[in-house]
Design a protein. Structure first.
Length: 211
């Protein structure tokens, strides 16, 4: 029995080594991805808790600030997650690559008592397994391993993405439609310009307050 167990463990270890050779850095990337998903869920819960206290959603922060930014008449407000009014530590506003999470919110949902008055969000998300969803209140975005378009905690911004789906997730120029966000499948080989996602590696969560 012990011999069979040892043989099984050796085969398993060999398989893991093969995978590691095929995709260098895969375990680290997977760990960072899981961590990022956990931070996005925590941010989502904090947004709902904020709305329960105030009747509205917070406005995005302008990096490097961590508080709410100023009001705007635009249909969609885009910036960093405002961790201060959400009661979160600064690290909770960053993904596992150390870049600020992008937070987009329908402007109508940031007005006083918007949720109480049953205002509706205007964000749309398309792509991947989520299909097409309309009337969303917010989007939370990690710009993934390539970090294209992400802000750093100090306020510096990384170079803008070159592919159309990641440009949509900026929610601002050069995005022609700030209300549309994309949740595409990851490109397995971001260095291959002919790949299905042409380098897309954003991690996106969208949501709406219960009504």
């Amino acid at each position: 029995m012990a011999t069979v167990l040892v043989a099984f463990l050796l085969v398993l270890a060999g398989g893991l080594l093969v995978l590691a050779r095929l995709e260098p850095g895969a375990p680290d990337r997977l760990a960072r991805l899981r961590d990022t998903h956990a931070r996005l869920r925590e941010a989502e819960q904090a947004l709902v808790a904020f709305a329960m206290r105030t009747g509205r959603l917070p406005r995005p922060a302008t990096p490097p600030d961590t508080d709410e930014g100023s009001a705007s008449d635009g249909p969609v407000l885009v910036g960093a997650l405002p961790v201060t009014p959400l009661g979160l530590p600064p690290r909770a506003g960053q993904d596992a690559w150390g870049r600020l999470l992008t937070y987009a919110v329908s402007a109508t949902m940031t007005r006083p008592d918007a949720w109480t008055h049953e205002a509706l969000g205007s964000l749309r998300v398309s792509g991947g397994l989520v299909g097409e969803q309309e009337g969303q209140d917010w989007a939370l975005i990690s710009h993934g391993p390539n970090g294209a378009g992400a802000f750093l905690p100090g306020g510096q911004r990384l170079p803008l993405p070159t592919n159309a789906p990641e440009r949509d997730n900026l929610g601002r120029a050069p995005d022609p439609d700030p209300a549309l966000f994309r949740a595409e499948p990851w490109d397995l080989d971001p260095t291959d310009p002919t790949g299905p996602g042409t380098g897309f590696d954003d991690v996106v969560r969208v949501g709406a307050l219960p009504r």
